[in-house]
Ligand binder design. Structure first.
Ligand code: NDP
Ligand code: X2W
Length: 335
């Protein structure tokens, strides 16, 4: 916990992602937690909403004339609601990490096909995709970070070495997420009775994370169109992607493992595992744990990646980006 240092506003701190971001900033050795905001829970302490985070700070309604005098902001609003406040913060010289999808897709037409009319398309070109393992240098110099989606974080890290080597031919991503990925408000699909003792696919053929994954894997190598099917599983936190990839040529398991070892050597938050990971292996960490092998029968590459959707999938990854934006050690506050 720092006494002096860049002050960080957390907007949308009553939500799952914003509350965790507030906790991570509050415990950070360099940043100072600034205002934490919410509309419906204003006047309530974060400690009441999320006792396990142990952040005794009262939520306030965002008023940039009172709260805008900060060095940075993490904006944890839903897509569409985020862009206007991000634009205003940038105009005041505040560095922003936006957790929504508003600045992730570089192609406006793709954003508007999957989301809503974009409130600030002129800012799309300014944003850096907040996956430090791919964009470390660009993150150091930017004022606007687009926090990746949780499924894209896991899928892109799990497939990036193959994409960069030009090996992706046909890609199937079977993904599973805990329910916190859907945010704090329960719906008919996410309340206990629907989720408990159940596993169900959703967004089949239509999920908005598919074009985000295509965009980032395509930027590393040849254009790709992945088949992506998420499933909701009865967990609170945790996400696993199981990827089945037909690769060009005839690779051996040792070659593929060597490719991953080379790609992720020295990465503080990517662990390669000799066994398939489970979500508990990475619970409440900023780590993506990956296992890769070749199916001896089909000759497909099988690659598995596990993250905690609220941590590496959102809030701790946002702090990793903030560290880079301010020139701090990338692992500070996250070890
Ligand atoms: N949960 C996850 O695993 C991940 C989430 N994200 C993204 O992070 C963002 C936050 O997600 P999450 O915390 O799960 O969502 P929640 O629904 O839990 O929280 C949303 C927050 O935004 C506020 N909010 C809601 N609507 C508006 C609005 N129209 N204008 C301003 N504030 C609003 C809410 O408080 P109030 O309504 O009281 O103001 C609340 O603080 C989203 O964009 C989400 O897509 C990204 C990756 C993973
Ligand atoms: C379990 C669940 O519902 N997960 C969310 C993804 C969470 C995430 O990364 O959301 P954004 O792209 O909206 O930021 C979903 O599938 O819509």
């Amino acid at each position: 916990m720092a006494d002096a240092g860049p002050r960080v506003l957390v907007a949308g701190a009553s939500g799952f992602a914003g509350a965790l971001a507030a906790r991570l900033v509050e415990r950070h050795p360099r940043f100072v937690l600034g205002p934490v905001t919410s509309r419906s829970d204003a006047g309530t302490s974060l400690d009441v909403l999320y006792p396990h985070h142990r952040v005794g700070r009262e939520l306030e309604v965002l008023d940039l004339d009172r709260h805008g005098d900060v060095d940075a902001a993490i904006v944890a609003y839903p897509h569409g609601a985020s862009a206007p406040v991000v634009a205003e913060l940038l105009g005041r010289g505040v560095k922003v990490v936006d957790l929504s999808a508003d600045f992730r897709l570089r192609d406006l037409a793709v954003y508007e096909e999957y989301y809503v009319p974009h409130p600030h398309p002129e800012l799309l070109g300014d944003a850096v995709y907040g996956l430090p393992e791919l964009y470390r240098d660009a993150l150091r110099g930017t004022s606007l970070v687009a926090g990746p989606g949780c499924y894209p974080t896991a899928a892109i890290l799990t497939l990036a070495p193959l994409a960069r080597a030009g090996l992706l031919d046909d890609v199937v991503i079977d993904a599973k997420s805990g329910v916190s990925g859907a945010g704090r408000a329960a719906t008919a699909k996410t309340h206990f009775v629907s989720v408990d003792e159940n596993v169900s696919p959703y967004g089949v053929g239509t999920h908005r994370h598919a074009p985000e994954i295509d965009q980032e894997l395509g930027a590393l190598g040849a254009p790709v169109t992945v088949t992506f099917t998420p499933h909701l599983v009865p967990l609170d936190q945790g996400e696993l992607v199981s990827c089945y990839v037909r690769v060009a040529g005839d690779a051996e398991p040792g070659d593929i493992v060597a490719l991953y070892e080379q790609a992720y050597a020295g990465e503080p938050f990517v662990e390669l595992s000799s066994r398939p990971p489970g979500v508990r292996d990475v619970r409440e960490t900023n780590v993506c744990r990956i296992h890769v092998t070749i199916d001896p029968r089909s000759r497909k590459v099988l690659a598995f990646g596990a993250i905690d959707n609220l941590w590496k999938g959102t809030s701790s990854q946002a702090v990793q980006s903030l560290n880079l934006m301010f020139g701090f050690g990338e692992t500070e506050g996250l070890a």
